[in-house]
Write a protein that binds this ligand. Structure first.
Ligand code: DP6
Length: 368
């Protein structure tokens, strides 16, 4: 695999201080990534809608270490401080430290800096929405801004590609949070340019019905998940149905590509809901087995099915690795579906909380 392209080969400039701020989005997978091998290589290709409103804003301040410090052995560790919503968050540090370790070969310059990372999410803290995708993609974009300043011209295309490559090493789904509106991660014969190493924009023209698709996220359970995604992915190694699942997901991605181009919402609904339930079926058939859905997740799913049948609507649901429900529907149904959600579904949410979102276009630099 060609990781060589991401090594820094040119002589780097000396920059003493720098600061960059990026806003990067969360994403919701239509065909799911569940199962990986080392280092963060997916067992199947996945595709997601990039979101617009659920995002992380991260500033990284870089201060070059003094020369004496640079030479000493102890300075071979990556030095950083982490603040989340204004508060020092040492409990988040190990995941970020692992991330820095994995990317050091590709970003050798990070060792020369003391980094201060300040992060905040647009969605409520512990809403059960995974923040690793938006969180890690935001740090990756800040690093790429520094790399651009340190080295000769880097094209925007390369910056996006490498940022996605780096983000993937922190969290697989983060590789799909650099661009939008639809991103594929994982090598797939029908997606030109696709790779296990980074996400690529869906290369085909998408039917108008899927433009500005809506996603209302129903916050069913805001508590900490009992089983993390990392553990869930690992359980796929010994899983009796794993090989079939990986094959099915790749086939589904081929089908999804056609659906997105042709605009067949019936087939879209069928595939998206089947993917969501299959993901959770994999969890339930792991050993140890686990269930992340809650009773209200199922109540909501049944209500969505009833509404779809009664209103001849193109509404459907998907799930990520948790109890929350993503309600997907075309923009033309927005008014009616939003009323339905408020009246019929919000009662199943923790504190009646839900988030309006829609498809977005990826990372944005914020100039301060
Ligand atoms: C169910 O990307 O959170 O949301 O690579 O271990 O960080 P790590 O896992 P993560 O897994 C996400 C799984 C999923 C499906 C998906 O987003 O494709």
């Amino acid at each position: 695999m060609n990781t060589e392209q991401f090594l820094v080969k040119s002589q780097l400039k000396k920059v003493d201080t720098a600061s960059f701020t990026w806003q990067t989005p969360s994403n919701i997978a239509l065909v799911k990534y569940w199962g990986k091998s080392n280092p963060q290589i997916p067992k199947n290709a996945s595709i997601s809608f990039t979101l617009n409103n659920c995002h992380t804003i991260t500033t990284v301040d870089f201060v070059r270490k003094q020369h004496s410090k640079l030479d000493s052995e102890s300075q071979k560790v990556v030095a950083f401080n982490l603040f989340f919503e204004g508060k020092q968050k040492d409990e988040f540090k190990p995941k970020i430290a692992d991330f820095f370790d994995r990317i050091q070969a590709y970003c050798p310059y990070i060792i020369e800096y003391e980094m201060t990372i300040n992060s905040e999410n647009s969605f409520p803290h512990s809403s059960g929405i995974a923040s690793s995708a938006s969180g890690l993609s935001a740090i990756a974009m800040c690093l790429m801004s520094l790399e651009k300043e340190l080295s000769a011209e880097l094209s925007t295309e390369f910056i996006h590609k490498k940022a996605s490559f780096l983000a993937r090493l922190g969290s697989g789904s983060a590789s799909r949070s650099i661009e939008g509106p639809l991103v594929v991660w994982g090598k797939h014969p029908e997606i030109e340019g696709s790779s296990d190493l980074f996400g690529v924009q869906f290369p085909h023209k998408v039917h108008a019905v899927f433009e500005n698709y809506q996603d209302v996220i129903l916050l069913v359970d805001k508590g900490e998940k009992q089983v993390s995604s990392t553990v869930g992915h690992k359980l796929m190694h010994e899983h009796p149905y794993a090989e079939n699942r990986f094959k099915q997901a790749n086939e589904n991605l081929g089908k999804m590509s056609k659906i997105l181009q042709e605009g067949n919402t019936k087939d879209f609904i069928n595939l998206v809901e089947s993917e969501a339930l299959t993901l959770h079926a994999m969890m339930m058939t792991s050993n140890p087995y686990f269930i992340l859905m809650k009773p209200n997740t199922l109540e909501i799913i049944n209500k969505i099915w009833e509404y779809r049948a009664a209103e001849n609507s193109a509404i459907c649901f998907t799930l990520d690795a948790g109890a929350n429900v993503h309600v997907l529907f075309p923009e033309r149904e927005k008014k009616k579906v939003n009323k339905f959600i408020k009246k019929e579904l919000s009662g199943y949410c923790d504190n009646n909380q839900y988030i309006y979102d829609s498809v977005g276009f990826g990372a944005k630099r914020i100039l301060k």
